[in-house]
Ligand binder design. Structure first.
Ligand code: ZN
Length: 300
């Protein structure tokens, strides 16, 4: 467990209009639907505990209805509040704000981990994978979507001199501050290093091209994309790649009565009293505010 001052920088969507700007302008129906297809192909439909890392406003939360406990985890309280507005009455959903470099959960907790459209904000991917391996149960499923640098558009731009970085070089490229694209081979290696075994790969969003999205009905594009996602096992040239992983980390599953752990020192936390989680290890106090577990900063 690290002091927050030592952690890598985090991309902050606090106060963001991400939902209305990006998803509700109507241009993203295709991306939304092909991602759901890939997720349904990889994720066990039912289970005990699931966490979505970077769940935002809960766009995909309805996919997790087969789970008993669903943690929607994000750095942005603003986005989680939006998720709460939609899902707040459903006791399965648990809303948690925190930092993915010091996740506030006991080890061996989650049966299923989902991470879609967020890894491109990770300055330190090995550290994120390390945290996820720690909170994964033995043999847990981890469905990861990442932005691939080796996509057709980047290859064409590189070939015609419009882009100076090579889409074939293994290392991540930071194309805008705290926005990275990754090489599929590099991602697989880092997953292995962290204790995950990459299995199936699906390529998604083959037709993320404005003119196609305008001219061809979304349903037809989605059907076409779905039918060729499996080619991701052999080659990956799409901007979006899904990879299904199994956790190989040998650790005990968490005890039934343990859930949260102090992000500062790792001590398991008891249930909140007066909406405060008190750490018996280091004495820090973490607030629960209107149903949102807030591990971004301790109470002073
Ligand atoms: Zn503590």
């Amino acid at each position: 467990m690290a002091n927050s001052a030592d952690l890598p920088p985090v991309c902050d969507y606090e106060g963001s209009d991400y939902r209305s700007r990006f998803w509700e302008s109507g241009e993203r129906a295709y991306e939304d639907q092909v991602e759901r297809v890939a997720l349904q192909r990889m994720m066990p439909p039912q289970g005990d505990t699931l966490i979505e890392v970077g769940a935002g406003f809960g766009r995909l939360a309805d996919e997790y209805r087969g789970y008993k406990r669903v943690v929607l985890f994000d750095y942005s309280r603003t986005l989680l509040r939006e998720a709460q507005e939609i899902l707040g009455d459903d006791p399965r959903y648990i809303f948690v704000a925190g930092n993915w470099y010091s996740m506030p959960f006991v080890s061996g907790l989650f049966e299923t981990i989902v991470q879609i459209r967020t890894l491109h904000h990770a300055a330190d991917v090995p550290a994120v994978f390390g945290q996820l391996a720690r909170i994964a149960r033995p043999s847990a499923t981890y469905v990861l979507e990442f932005a691939s640098k080796k996509n057709l558009k980047a290859i064409l731009r590189y070939a015609t001199g419009q882009q100076n970085w090579s889409p074939f070089a293994p290392e991540p490229v930071e194309f805008v501050e705290l926005n990275y694209d990754f090489h599929p081979r590099w991602i697989r290696q880092e997953l292995l290093n962290a204790g995950f075994e990459p299995q199936q790969m699906l390529t998604v969003s083959h037709f993320r091209i404005p003119i196609l999205k305008k001219m061809i009905p979304t349903s037809a594009l989605v059907a076409l994309d779905s039918s060729i996602q499996f080619t991701g096992n052999w080659w990956q040239f799409t901007p979006s790649v899904f990879v299904l992983n199994r956790s190989l980390v040998s650790q005990m599953a968490a005890d039934d009565d343990e859930f949260f752990a102090c992000p500062q020192c790792g001590t398991p936390l008891n249930s909140p009293v007066d909406n405060i989680l008190l750490c018996s290890g280091c004495g820090l106090r973490w607030p629960v505010v209107d149903g949102l577990y807030d591990f971004k900063e301790p109470l002073s």
